[in-house]
Ligand binder design. Structure first.
Ligand SMILES: Nc1ncnc2c1ncn2[C@@H]1O[C@H](COP(=O)(O)OP(=O)(O)OP(=O)(O)O)[C@@H](O)[C@H]1O
Ligand SMILES: [Mg+2]
Length: 366
């Protein structure tokens, strides 16, 4: 079942097209994340779904209800859309207790006192904050405050939860912990969630699917694995970490398993195989994506098996990071970045051989 449907949705602010003909289907129970650099239109998209902003073209449907249609002048007000919202700036109210914060959406809807008590306590229980009900809001940690904000968004049982960078005020450790907790809660409740972040790791850790946006447009939609391992364009590839992209020419292309294609490619002073989403004609130039953590580094002259791509080179830079080493290796093709286990002894100047499996090398046409 589709929970939220965007069809050809745009939003112009004067000459700025903040969101440009976006088509997107959010399935019921799904955790979908809008990811993209600052100014790419994430918040505007969320605000249009919330009804806080009106789309200048297209149609938005929530469940079975068209809530906004630019052509037919339909616009359902924000408070009549059954949505819960957690925004970065929607801090909880400091002059109220935890209970009163969560009760607020029900009080403004004039629900009876006993119903309010029951629903607030049940919702606080969901986020494991029941025992803090009488605490004044400021006497909570950042993560606890965020759980109260989530409880407040959930208390009137919305069909969809909208979250705009809800964790960005927390420090790194708490951000991961609160994110993981929220993911568990979301799965347990099965609540459709549309989440906005510019943090790639957060997006991958939390989401069922990720929508990568740039300049108001959707670049790619897919599972975290698809987006990370099989990006459709250089922009999507470059959005995650610092990948190696090697220029190469396709010399052969044949169907492989799982609907992919296996290419023979020739680059500057190297050749090998990689995978691609579609058949690519011989002679076409492609970028071959090799993630730094997919490269094995060994002492020079180790024999590489036939299904690996191999480059010989010299270590140019090495940074010890505790859990791993970030290494730059000068090869006859180009400088390649490698993320190696930290226990592996490597020093600047070492002669090394780099190998990667043809299954993890991915060809990008555009
Ligand atoms: N009320 C407004 N009036 C004019 N321009 C706006 C308005 N709101 C947003 N914009 C513009 O629309 C574009 C998209 O903004 P939006 O807030 O959706 O980006 P974002 O992806 O959420 O960015 P960030 O990661 O920085 O929050 C930007 O160029 C922004 O300047
Ligand atoms: Mg924003």
């Amino acid at each position: 079942m589709t929970a939220v449907l965007l069809e050809n949705v745009s939003r112009a602010f004067g000459a700025t097209l903040a969101v440009d003909r976006v088509n997107l289907k959010v399935e019921a129970g799904e955790f979908l994340t809008l990811l993209g650099p600052s100014g790419c239109g994430k918040t505007t998209t969320l605000r249009m779904i919330a009804g806080l902003e009106q789309n200048t073209t297209g149609r938005i449907t929530i469940g079975n209800t068209v809530v906004s249609d630019a052509d037919r002048s339909i616009f359902v007000a924000a408070e009549r859309r059954r949505l819960g919202m957690v925004f970065q700036s929607y801090a909880i109210w400091p002059h109220m207790t935890v209970f009163d914060n969560v009760a607020y959406p029900l009080r403004i809807r004039r629900r009876p006192a006993d119903e309010i008590k029951q629903r607030v306590m049940r919702t606080l229980d969901l986020v494991e904050m029941q025992k803090y009900a009488e605490r004044p809001a400021p006497a909570l940690s950042g993560g606890q405050q965020q759980r109260v904000a989530i409880a407040r968004a959930l208390v009137f049982e919305p069909e969809v939860l909208l979250l705009d960078e809800p964790l960005s005020n927390l420090d790194a450790r708490l951000r991961t912990q609160t994110g993981d907790e929220f993911r568990k809660l979301q799965k347990r409740l099965g609540i459709t969630s549309l989440y906005v972040t510019h943090d790639q790791e957060e997006a991958m850790a939390l989401s069922d699917r990720v929508v990568v946006m740039e300049g108001g447009k959707i670049l790619q939609v897919g599972s975290p694995e698809e987006i990370y391992q099989r990006p459709g364009s250089r922009s999507v590839a470059a959005f995650f970490g610092s990948p190696n992209l090697l220029d190469a020419e396709v010399t052969a292309s044949q169907p492989a398993d799982a609907g992919y294609f296996r290419l023979d490619v020739a680059g500057r002073n190297w050749r090998g195989h990689c995978q691609a989403a579609s058949r690519i004609s011989p002679g076409t130039r492609v970028g071959v994506l090799v993630r730094p953590e997919c490269i094995a580094l060994t002492a020079r002259d180790a024999t590489a098996d036939a299904d690996s791509i191999r480059w010989d080179g010299r270590v140019k830079e090495m940074i010890f990071r505790g859990s791993r080493r970030s290494i730059a290796v000068e090869t006859a093709a180009q400088v390649l970045r490698v993320e190696a286990p930290s226990q592996q002894p490597v020093a600047v100047g070492d002669s090394v051989t780099l190998t990667t499996s043809a299954r993890t090398a991915w060809a990008i046409e555009s």
